[in-house]
Design a protein around this ligand. Sequence first.
Ligand code: ATP
Length: 655
Amino acid sequence: MSKSQERSTSSATSTPNNNTSDDLHNVSDTFYTSQRKGSHVFRVRLDASGFTLQRESPSGVTIKEQTVKICDIVGARCMRLKKSPRSLTRCACVNPGTPAAAAAAASHRKTGTPSRCSTASKEDYGACDGGDGSAYLYLFAYVLKKKSLRSTLHRERTVLTLRFRSFDTFEDNMREADRWYRALRWQLHHTLEPTFVERLDEARRRRILVMLNPKSGSGNAREVFNMHVAPVLNEAEVPYDLYVTKHSNYAIEFMGNRRLDDWCTILSVGGDGLFHEIINGLLRRPDWSQVLDSIALAIIPCGSGNGLARSIAHGYNEPYFSNPVLGAALTAISGRSSPLDVVRVQLESRVMFSFLSIGWGLISDVDIESECIRMFGYQRFTIWTLYRLANLRTYNGKISYLLADEATEPHAGHAAQSEQLLKMPSSRSCNMHIDKLSNATSYRRSTEYLPSEFEDVISLETSINQSFRSRCDSWLSGGSRRSCYYSISESVYHSLADESEFTQPSTATVTGLETSQLSFGPSSSLPALDEPLPAADGWLVEEGEFVMMHAVYQSHLGIDCHFAPKAQLNDGKIYLVLIRGGISRPHLLSFLYNMSTGTHLPEKNNDYVKVLQVRAFRLEPHDNHGIITVDGEQIEFGPLQAEILPGISRVMIPK
Ligand SMILES: Nc1ncnc2c1ncn2[C@@H]1O[C@H](COP(=O)(O)OP(=O)(O)OP(=O)(O)O)[C@@H](O)[C@H]1O
């Protein structure tokens, strides 16, 4: 690139001295690009709305304007070496011009893998980039797009690259890039809720506790996290501590006993069962109230049901099916949360808490009995439903309920008083980094934004396969002089060598959880389970033969089961759906079939199907057999009563 094509410094905004806060954080500059027909000019501006790129023709006419919205941007990096096909060729790290160098460069181009320079030491960089003192700012965004008019929205990774080369030395150029970087961090910071900024210090502010169940769903949660979640956390510079569960109830013990004040988000990587354990662990703490106030929960759907993840995405119009994990990862770092209703469930022997559903009869039978065909993934539910339709069972029992106030207002307050913080020793961390990933990355240059000849100065790239970025931090460490400053290598793995108190399942504790009456979380406002429910208090009753009862408080029970379309995360209502014995098979089949679209519920209750919006209910089965589930997990069979605790916890929601 000739001097005349370099970025003009005179067009840059003035240096920060004596500027107002807005001037400091709204930066703008002019970038020039090289091409045969002449240079093009880009006016680039960063403000509260995001990055705006205004492309001008050589004659000064604005040809196109694009904005990368602030809500779609996750983070940025300043780096020295631009990772481009050209630099790959130049940086073959063997003698340039030799057949080996040419072969290496060709191979890098073909596979899209980062060149060896990506992990080279900083000394190598000087040699590889030919002494170029440019600094680069990479901006990572996930932009909502449509492939075609008919297709649905999906998020596409977009990397905007700005090259700073006005100054003679790399240090000066890097200082300029850093100014943009800091302005962006400031703008991003101001999109966060107070909970995520009012922490003790910067390091703890957005730290995430990741709890991962390696056995959930088809057993690939670990790979999903490494390949698709860790890269996004790295790009956003959100540090995390990863714990891998070692046995059933591990998360309950962990959440119930550990000090949690290092984290402001708990990210559950697994299915609804793991999330259930996390909620129950938190609510068995004496300080449950403070903890639920200061920690938001998030979920990466890796289970077979994934009702909560689907409900959150649905509630906020976040695309789900195109890439559920990406959407959930972005949600986990969005800096926005919503109160979440939790239901207190009183069993004969213990109390538990639920965030999704309580079931008795057909759907619970399918949920549990289909475990034996788990290898079919989500399809197991369809297969077993058809089987159970052919062999329909009914159950005898009594269901009492208190109707919810139609005009119930969501509220986020906690009813009960909290006690002293439980002080537990900190977990030992083994400081292991995430497994190295080997796969190639396929980059697509977004022609929609910029022609490829502009790549010298400014470029936007999109990628479907994001695997290489998971080592973004170590790449930085290897390649950037500023690596200490930018690396977020403080993220740690705790699972493999962690010989903590949770290494072996504690039979005593687990058994204790199952059987003993534990008093935790908010207390009940209902009569005891063995006491009568007075009609004078508003209790109504349904009694007889039932095909099923399902009480649901999220819109979706699974990715494909839109069970309670009206339900919201925080509406203070339980949607109690009753199907009576005697319903015809075609009627039942139509009900089950339409659950995927949310059109299964009758507009008006009829003799066989009833939908009741309640705030509490009691189930008293008259048989001594059957399956009862809470959040999709089987619990002991017997009477139970449940009441809604509106907005008692918080979940992360999309921006
Ligand atoms: N390391 C582990 N080994 C065996 N079981 C585990 C382990 N960790 C957690 N579990 C148990 O696995 C159960 C199911 O986990 P999870 O909900 O993550 O997956 P899933 O059942 O496939 O998903 P869904 O609940 O959405 O159907 C949890 O209730 C938990 O008790």
